[in-house]
Design a protein around this ligand. Sequence first.
Ligand code: GUN
Ligand code: ZN
Length: 455
Amino acid sequence: MKNRPTLFRASILHFTSSTIEPDNHASYYHDGALVVEDSHIVALGEYQDIHVQYSQSKVQDYRGRLIIPGLIDSHLHFPQTEMIAKYGQQLLAWLENYTFPTENKFVDRRYCEYIAQTFIRELVSNGTTTAFAYATAHKQSVDALFSVASQYNMAMITGKVCMDRHCPDYLQDSPQSAQEDSHALIEKWHGSGRNLYALTPRFAPTSSPQQLALLGELAKQYPSVFVQTHLSENQGEIEWVKDLFPQHKTYLDVYDHYNMVHSRSLFGHCLHLHDHEWERLAEAKANAIFCPSSNLFLGSGLFSLQQASKYKVNVALATDVGAGTSFNMLNTYGEAYKIGQLQQFPLSALHGLYMMTQGPASAYGLDQDIGNLNPGSYADFVVLNPQFDALSKLRCESLLDQDITTEKSREQKSMIGADILFALSFIGDDRAVEATYIAGKELKQTLQEQVYAMA
Ligand code: GUN
Ligand code: ZN
């Protein structure tokens, strides 16, 4: 039997569909109502239009708060949770000295489970409800993350990192073992509950042509499976790819040759691309993933929003933890904004929100389920409290208190939501996330209580 629906009363901001102009297409309800039945959204609108029809519902009164869709982090590394902020090196030395030794710990199944729990708690406490996460070379790291995500009915996308060269022996697989392990994991997890699989060659330097060929075969065999990898992050890396794959015109061409450039491909970084690489990404409807805090931390470079927009390439935002320095997607947008400022390309808060919700959801073909608050989607959403501390109270107090009259234009109204998001991206942190709902269940509190119970 179905449970009684719950009506959430709050200000509500989201995008109903894909758009190339997020600034003009946000939907905002100042005094809104979101109705949830079991795991899904059943209604959304102005409170005054909705509440009569749902007069039998439970009411959760979040007035003074802003509800947005659950956030999508399009690129991060779950085993790197513990190694955020390792000092002072650029990509290749950082991998060698910090990353590979840390990932070696995941040979231990119990450790995989412990970090998977911690990782998901960090995501949820920052309002992230879906993540494209790299696991490690070990199959059990994938099992652990999918298992924990399944406990919470969370939409998780991960995959075994494939590397058969230029890495320590302890992480090295082979073309055949990577293919067999990835295949077995796809069969076990892809489409089971809300889990989806991503083939995960770490990056071109750590995969032989034979390994890329076998993974490309799997990509062909399973078109609904994602591909995630790194592209054009660091100058040393790019020179290395040129030496290793002299027959290919560009870095992207290496992946393209092996059938890995399509609409379900997510390329982390894309900082130093040639024009024809941008063109090819656009033509294939592939996705460039902008990881601002990581790009600054490793000194990798500045993502060009201008080039992405000129070539109409899909761009999604991501933390790239552990080179990224925070799990918080709003703070990550704040870093993206600063990078845009350096290039005279201001990135609005609405555009930022789009790049962590409806934008990636529709680009990846997942927007029937996530990325928005449309009836029919999963009830994955975040409740932001713009007055979570004294400073944000001072900054945001007047915004939600405004008396909104119907004469105000839609853009003027959605600017209230946008102003709050913008402020929280700089002066906010996980304390501004009052609650995170996944498939209709509040999880932030639940996961915090588990920590207190363990202490
Ligand atoms: N390139 C290959 N592996 C990695 C990684 O773990 N992090 C980052 N930022 N770049 C990479
Ligand atoms: Zn990465």
